[in-house]
Design a protein around this ligand. Sequence first.
Ligand code: UGA
Length: 435
Amino acid sequence: MRIGMVGSGYVGLVSGACFADFGHEVCCVDKDPAKIAALNRGEIPIFEPGLAELVAKNVREGRLTFTTDLSGAVAAAAAVFIAVGTPSRRGDGHADLSFVHQAAREIAAALAGYTVVVTKSTVPVGTGDEVERIIRETRPDADFAVVSNPEFLREGAAIADFKRPDRIVIGAEDARAAQLMTELYRPLYLNQAPLIVTSRRTAELTKYAANAFLATKITFINEIANLCEQVGANVQDVARGIGLDNRIGTKFLHAGPGYGGSCFPKDTLALIKTAQDYEAPVRIVETVAAVNDQRKRAMGRKVIAACGGTVRGETIAVLGLTFKPNTDDMREAPSIDVIRTLQDAGARIRAYDPEGMAAARAVLSEVEYARDPYDCARGAAALVIVTEWDMFRALDLARLKAALARPIVVDLRNIYRPDDMKRNGFAYVSIGRPK
Ligand code: UGA
């Protein structure tokens, strides 16, 4: 089947490459000529394990192409995906749909023959109706249907998540479109991924509900971690103890510095706004967003407390800047708030991240960047682990201790064991575990 993918960002590129790998013919479109030129040279603008190889293979085998020519890609396609950005609108937290609306207008103008237009971007309930209205207004003669097909992939594990999803959600208002989508996904549900075919509004809401629920799970365990610290309990054992109950599940119960990234903060906020607009407030999610916001700065204060109450004039070493490992994405990363809190308290920051330092330079000021974890620790009053990159999990502890001015380690991801760290001579502080 021929697919047009409008928007060659994270979701568009991964979905496009995976659909091509399943044998479809995919043309990825982007407005940015530099991005398309780079993709045509085989350069991938994002860091995602396995993506460069997958793109190269499918380009070589002729199933994946890149272009700035939206009209050509749309006219040839049976299904056109809208995978453009939906950032938070400045000021009110609603999702900014201007890129989606613009894409709808341009797609409308190019439609030729029956085409299914699919919103893959995370869009508020009712956006499918709006896209349909825009297309109909632009091209009253067009033969098309608008479908919602939210994407649930995680950065860093995007290809595996796309190819082996827990489920596929398709929101369609007519049988022909649902049938075409079912055909498109056949290679996936033959691998036994459940296919949920439902209404468009239900599909749109499902995406937000999923992200809000996951954000709630994380925030719940983070608050339990705070309580563990006060009562001398161990949050990892609590998480396992509750998670092995199948009704709860063990995933997304890792206590940490608060969730970040391009999805949870933005999507919880957008859901809160939509719910307020419809006078059906989601008060749990409102609390989750507020608690998570406060937590990131609280983590900076935790470091200051571990240093004895002041960091003024001291150098603090920070390991891990991206919002999670295996990405170069700094959006809403907890490291930003941790670092700013420490800087506000008079600390100098030296940081190291395997992939995120270029992006970090654009958001953080007055940070010195190190060559490696040991260079980062050099002469520092404390070392803070903010992101759990694998390379930080087995550091040479003797070398680290020798590099630090004071052997204080604040591990916001619990990647070391308190007893090991104590034995190696560190003052070690982690999340929700007895010292
Ligand atoms: C998230 C969802 O997991 C995906 O299902 C969804 O498709 C995606 O958003 C999206 O809407 O596009 P992502 O933002 O890539 O994916 O990253 P996650 O792995 O979910 O992590 C988000 C944040 O939560 C990170 O800061 C991570 O460190 C934190 N987290 C996650 C925890 O603090 N504890 C956990 O147990 C899990």
